[in-house]
Ligand binder design. Structure first.
Ligand code: UD1
Length: 416
């Protein structure tokens, strides 16, 4: 298992290019099951979850290729089983449910199970697909589903689930008639998937709002598509600049999609300049704590709370982060405290009292964004921090240590 060793204290300077979005690329890759012909995707980040998805697509009957940042996918046949071996390493595998039902009228997908940040059930996906005519059975850890051609339905989600909206859009594009999704997730990655499907000939409107309308069509045709930049990776580098008192210019930064984060960072006292999809972050004096509540988009993203917490832990005064999306997303708190932070948990709220400085120590990464917060804290801690279990980081950050190294960070990966 690899670990990262970071010597803190270097203000990061220079330019960093944001990679393609993991959370947009994953559903778009599953959507490649739907059209006829070869799809070409560019700006695909080279991450473990992407490689896992390509493996799964191959098992499902696709031919795939990944070179540079370009992926090609062509469905040659259809197999309808997603085995546990792959699903257990990546929850997003459940996104093959919608396309397989639309395409083949059956799907057998291993139940993803819980994960470190919470139970994360898929009941809302299942209930919505049932409304379209699918019949589900649960057998020995697998969800089995069957249907004739899916039928359009009017579905109101209990909660704006991101994966749920994605699965349903992929099911509905080939269904009979119109599907309306209400209280749908508005995340930019959901909209990116809709844009891809529309480029293949689908008829989706309203994506990016809470009411998405999908008019089913008999078939889709392959196309070329560029995946949107990763707003969470971009946000992480903005915080890396801020926490080290550096001056990083973040290129291809999806600025409107980061509005909630940028607003909070400005409230903390950061100077953030935007020009032509480049964002420069600078600090003038001390930062102050803020109060944050994670919410579905366009609210503050749960995927950024751990990183902002690292920044707040070295700011002045107190601030708080209330986690409203996942019930158990504070595993970074004891690890940040090991580095000298002063964070107390009260139910689903973390109260952060800023400290003068952090001190390097061995810490353990527990999930993707928690790992990122430890890297950020380590960048400013005095002395060396050793971060174990960084395979989580490899799931979501492309070339993180070389990108940070190019900005001046003293960071190295060591294999154990
Ligand atoms: C996606 C993102 C993840 C992000 C999350 C919230 C991907 C690959 N992952 O995850 O990075 O943190 O959105 O922005 O895009 N829920 C149910 N039943 C369901 C579905 C969801 O109760 O059927 C609950 C979940 O347990 C969670 C909340 O709804 O508490 C949000 O989940 P959801 O929006 O579905 O997140 P994901 O699509 O899994």
């Amino acid at each position: 298992m690899d670990k990262l060793i970071i010597e803190g204290g270097v203000p990061l300077k220079g330019e960093v290019a944001v990679s393609g979005s993991k959370n947009a690329a994953l559903p778009i890759l599953f959507a490649c099951l739907l059209p006829q012909g070869e799809v070409k995707l560019t700006n695909v980040p080279r991450l473990r979850d992407i490689v896992t998805t390509l493996k799964l697509l191959e098992l499902l009957g696709c031919r795939t290729n990944f070179e540079g940042d370009t992926v090609t996918v062509e469905r040659m046949s259809v197999h309808t089983e997603a085995p546990y071996d792959l699903v257990k390493t990546m929850r997003a595998s459940v996104l093959c449910l919608g396309p397989l039902l639309a395409l083949a009228g059956e799907a057998k997908v291993a139940l993803p199970g819980g994960c470190a940040i919470g139970a994360r059930p898929v009941d809302l996906h299942i209930a919505a697909l049932e409304r379209m005519g699918a019949v589900f059975e649960l057998e020995t850890g697998y969800i089995s589903a069957r249907c004739n051609r899916l039928k359009g339905a009017h579905i109101t989600f209990d909660f704006p689930t991101v994966g749920g909206a994605e699965n349903l859009m992929m099911a509905a594009v080939l269904a009979e008639g119109e599907t309306i999704l209400e209280n749908a997730a508005r995340e930019p990655e959901v909209a990116d998937l809709a844009n891809f499907l529309n480029a293949c000939g689908a008829k989706i409107s309203g994506h990016g709002t809470s009411v998405i309308r999908i008019q089913g069509t008999p078939s889709l045709t392959a196309t070329s598509y560029r995946v949107m930049p990763d707003r969470i990776e971009a946000g992480t580098y903005l915080i890396a600049s801020a926490i080290t008192d550096g001056e990083v210019c973040c290129r291809d930064c999806p600025v409107p999609e980061l509005d909630a984060l940028i607003f909070k960072m400005r409230t903390m006292g950061l100077w953030i300049e935007e020009a032509d999809e480049c964002v420069v972050v600078r600090r003038h004096g001390e930062l102050v704590g803020v109060d944050v509540v994670t919410q579905p988009y366009p609210g503050f993203p749960t995927d950024m709370q751990a990183q902002l917490m690292a920044l707040m832990s070295v700011s002045k005064g107190a601030g708080s982060i209330e986690e409203k999306i996942f019930e158990n997303r504070f595993m970074h708190v004891p690890e940040l405290n090991r580095l000298g932070a002063n964070i107390k948990l009260k139910g689903r709220t973390a109260v952060v009292r800023g400290v003068d400085h952090l001190v390097g120590a061995p810490v353990m990464a527990s999930d993707l964004r928690a790992s990122a917060s430890l890297v950020l804290a380590a960048l400013v801690a005095r002395g060396a921090t050793e971060i174990q279990r960084i395979y989580h980081l490899d799931r979501g950050y492309e070339k993180m240590e070389s990108k940070l190294g190019a900005l001046g960070a003293r960071i190295k990966r060591v294999s154990e």
